[in-house]
Design a protein around this ligand. Structure first.
Ligand code: LMR
Length: 326
């Protein structure tokens, strides 16, 4: 009788604990609008987790720097105050120099070339390159090719001379604008429009989808279609958090990440095409298209950066990236 009672007690404790077990909460913070490739990706991840792991895992999404912004999100991840981020690869400079490869201007001809590079072994290694700093790369997400905008027409590289440009926190991007005789200011994405409107900076670069969603055309009357670089993200968690998730749940989460990644990378093209159309239809900014010779002039001013950054990035990584164009 005594044994029966103990067994019943143990079972009720076990089931009671399971029934009331708190779900694992994943706070996913990002700095852009919901209707962008990353914003949509975060929401799709939330929905698929709710459908397949509801009860066991709960995802909370915080868009538009509403929880953390560029300045504090990485530290928040390491302190365990947020569990998932997808910063642009330009924002990892304090942790690894290798990701700077993605910032090199004119290195990738288009987004397809970027995707080919991301499938290579060298890229996959980059996902794990910050594990020692408690940063665990889960996937690369893409946005689109970057364009230049300014308060004046930028047709030739010399037109940028003397202007100050808002950049992400990357020394490659700083050097890119220095090559043009321009200044660069590192400003968190969430403060960019304000800085453009206040005249703190007179120009910037970004993908069409971000320019449209953030309304940069309110302060930038000219956009030059340079496609000079690409905007890419690394979806990350902290190693300590990710490895604390029970194996079966983690595997399911990783399968969802893979599915969402494919969708984000498919949506990116469409959302950038739409962002471009929206900006042109709004009529606040004028589009400048470059002839092949004009584009070549920008390339020849910026391309020396490849050599300049080769040692920091690693010749092997740079070489792997250089061979993906067709
Ligand atoms: C930027 O700072 O311009 C971008 O990294 C923002 C983003 O996350 O797309």
């Amino acid at each position: 009788m005594k044994y029966l009672f103990s067994a019943c007690l143990a079972l009720s404790l076990l089931f009671g604990a399971t029934a009331h077990a708190e779900p694992i909460v994943i706070k996913f913070s990002h700095v852009v609008a919901e209707d962008t490739p990353k914003g949509r990706g975060a929401l799709l991840f939330q929905r698929l987790v709710a459908e397949r792991l509801g009860g066991a895992v709960k995802v909370e999404v915080y868009a538009n720097s509403s929880l953390f912004g560029d300045a504090d999100e990485m530290a928040a991840l390491q302190r365990g105050e947020v569990q998932m981020l997808a910063p642009s690869v330009s924002k990892f400079e304090a942790y690894t120099k290798q990701l700077q490869v993605f910032d090199l201007p004119f290195l990738f001809d288009d987004l397809e070339a970027v995707k080919r590079f991301q499938r290579r072994e060298k890229s996959r290694e980059l996902l794990r390159s910050m594990a020692g700093q408690n940063i665990y790369g889960l996937a690369f997400w893409n946005n689109g090719m970057k364009q230049l905008s300014a308060t004046r027409e930028l047709r030739a590289p010399a037109d940028a001379k003397g202007l100050a440009f808002r950049i992400q926190s990357s020394s490659v991007l700083e050097a890119q604008f220095a090559a043009l005789g321009a200044q660069a200011k590192r400003i968190p994405f969430g403060e960019s429009l304000k800085a453009l409107q206040a005249g703190t900076v007179q120009g910037t670069e970004n993908a069409w989808s971000n320019m449209a969603a953030a309304g940069f055309d309110r302060a930038q009357p000219f956009i030059t279609e340079t496609n000079h670089g690409s905007l890419n993200y690394m979806l990350i968690s902290s190693s300590s958090f990710w490895q604390s998730i029970p194996y079966a749940t983690r595997s399911e989460l990783e399968a969802i990440v893979e599915e969402v990644t494919a969708q984000v990378n498919e949506d990116a093209e469409e959302l950038n095409r739409r962002g471009r159309e929206q900006l042109l239809a709004a009529g606040q900014a004028r589009l400048l298209s470059l002839s092949p010779a004009e584009r070549e002039a920008w390339r020849s001013v910026m391309q020396p950066l490849w050599k300049q950054y080769e040692a920091e990035i690693g010749a092997d990584v740079l070489r792997a990236a250089q061979t993906v164009n067709r």
